[in-house]
Design a protein around this ligand. Structure first.
Ligand code: IDP
Ligand code: MG
Length: 134
């Protein structure tokens, strides 16, 4: 069964959105197989977002993702990687459709509430980074 890495970012935790975000994926029918709350170190932030190294927003991104606790998860289900991306909505909440997490819960590109793996390769890499013993 396919698995994806999914994370509630520090803004989502600060704003009290953990329960309502998890509820959407549970209601959809996906299975939560691992969960932990942690504060990401600067080293781990640079590794997680390695694909964005060199971009203008890289420092802003790593500062933000380390700014408070996140909730890191592994979810499982049929075609879960793509389905979770669809449920997240577009990266920029201003472009995200109503009914998506970002469309319903965020207004800011840098503080867009959630992260989800965008491919099977990314899912394997990110699950390995956050849950080394899974
Ligand atoms: P994704 O989270 O939808 O996969 P990515 O392109 O992988 O989007 O970008 C990672 C994160 O970096 C985004 O979720 C967003 O918070 C932030 N980000 C992306 N582009 C910009 C930008 O142009 N300015 C500021 N932050 C950005
Ligand atoms: Mg991405």
């Amino acid at each position: 069964m396919e698995q994806t890495f999914f994370m509630i970012k520090p803004d989502g935790v600060r704003r009290g959105l953990i329960g309502s975000i998890i509820s959407r994926l549970e209601t959809k029918g996906f299975r939560l197989v691992a969960l932990k709350m942690l504060t990401i170190s600067p080293e781990m932030a640079r590794e997680h977002y390695a694909e964005h190294q060199g971009k203008s927003f890289f420092n802003e991104l790593t500062d933000f993702i380390t700014s408070g606790p996140v909730v890191a998860m592994v979810w499982e289900g049929p075609a879960v990687i793509k389905a979770v991306r669809t449920m997240m909505g577009a990266t920029d909440p201003a472009e995200a459709d109503p009914g998506t997490i970002r469309g319903d819960m965020a207004v800011s590109l840098s503080e867009n509430v959630v992260h989800g793996s965008d491919s099977p390769i990314a899912a394997a890499r990110e699950i390995g980074l956050f849950f080394r013993d899974l």
